[in-house]
Design a protein around this ligand. Structure first.
Ligand SMILES: Cc1cc2nc3c(=O)[nH]c(=O)nc-3n(C[C@H](O)[C@H](O)[C@H](O)COP(=O)(O)O)c2cc1C
Length: 349
């Protein structure tokens, strides 16, 4: 049978009611610089569960205070940060969504500290601070920080983990030849850092919990890598244990003449499709897919397994319910909101 946006989807033990994903989006809404989720985060995420999204991925959550973009980012470097996240997990589950968390480290893109760290002492652009290159020992400690954060995420009850390997953050900085000029084992082998994090993650996660990795499948700076190179490094990550890729692009530095990220609908979809075909791996497509007819076609044409809608869900927490009405697909509407959708539901009948 033809699959569509409201077909259920299973990957390992993760059972989703539809193909609609809320992708990670930083809210910069921590109140006391303590990395702890607030009522804003609870309301923001649980509202998207009420609004019908099948899968919610919490924004980039950092493994260390210095790994934050700003002082207002979420963190998982302490057990004290677990309960507020566990509450969000429970809320999303109550309203029928499954939930993951994006674990990451900003590396050289940290904006609030005097000395960010990176694989090599190369700044993001001419206005940013020159980062300090991590020692080999510190790189190994960093892998352990990822491990501990993932252990805490599992304790909080998440259904899946996403590693942030995109947008020019630390894992991306290690696998990009532009930002990793190291001479040690982590420079001779550009994916070693990412692979060790994947292996550490898998050792902390239950057997049936999927590991997702977000990658930038293409860089936009002069001399950056393209899809052929990202297929190769993604294969190594897949071998190390990644179950699904969330395919984004860019973020590594000032945009060069090589090309700009598109602003048209589905601008990153060809990248997702290529990764899916080359690796025979499930993928999440993202980037201006907020027209329900288009999102539905992505699934029907088997270009991606899941579709993420970011800015569309910032505008409209009930994006998924309205998409069901537009596409005339069955979906559960919270009983409190049935009146709001009744006319549309009647049309369906
Ligand atoms: C406010 C905002 C915050 C974001 N924060 C993150 C983040 O924490 N991690 C990440 O991987 N992508 C982040 N993104 C990128 C989105 O996940 C998504 O890939 C992007 O917005 C393109 O999808 P869209 O066209 O549906 O919005 C952010 C985007 C926005 C608009």
């Amino acid at each position: 049978m033809m699959e569509h946006l409201f077909s259920p989807y299973n990957i390992k033990g993760l059972e989703l009611k539809n193909r609609i994903v809320m992708p990670p989006m930083c809210q910069y809404s921590v109140e006391n610089k303590d990395g702890i989720a607030t009522d804003w985060h609870y309301l923001h995420y649980v509202n998207r569960a009420i609004g019908g999204a099948g899968f919610i991925i919490i924004e980039m959550t950092d493994v260390q205070p210095d790994g934050r973009i700003s002082d207002y980012d979420l963190g998982l470097w302490s057990d004290e940060q677990i309960p507020a996240l566990a509450r969000i997990v429970e809320g999303c589950h109550r309203y029928g969504a499954k939930i993951a968390i994006q674990i990451g480290h900003t590396g050289r893109k940290a904006e609030h500290i005097s000395e960010p760290v990176a694989p090599s002492a190369i700044p993001f652009n001419e206005h940013s601070k020159i980062p300090r290159a991590l020692s080999t020992e510190e790189v190994k400690e960093m892998v352990e920080m990822f491990r501990k954060s993932i252990q805490r995420a599992v304790k909080a009850g998440f259904d899946a983990i996403e590693l942030h390997g995109a947008h020019g953050y630390l894992i991306h900085q290690f696998h990009s030849p532009l930002t990793n000029k190291r001479e040690d084992e982590y420079g001779r082998d550009l994916t070693k850092f990412g692979r060790e994090i994947i292996e550490a993650a898998k050792s902390e996660m239950p057997e049936d919990m999927p590991l997702i990795m977000r990658i930038s499948a293409k860089e936009y700076v002069e001399g950056g890598y393209g899809i052929n190179e990202s297929i190769e490094f993604a294969k190594e990550y897949q071998k190390a244990g990644v179950d699904m890729f969330d395919v984004s692009s860019g973020g590594e530095g000032p945009i060069g003449s090589r090309g700009r990220p598109g602003t048209h609908a589905a601008y990153q979809l060809p990248l997702a499709r290529e990764i899916k075909e080359a690796l025979h791996v499930p993928v999440i497509a993202v980037g201006r897919l907020d027209d329900p007819v288009l999102a539905n076609a992505v699934i029907g044409n088997e270009e991606a397994n899941l579709v993420a809608v970011g800015r569309g869900m910032l505008r409209n927490p009930h994006w998924a319910l309205e998409a069901a009405a537009t596409l005339q697909k069955e979906t559960e509407v919270p009983k409190q909101y049935v009146d709001g959708f009744r006319r549309l539901i009647d049309i369906k009948r």
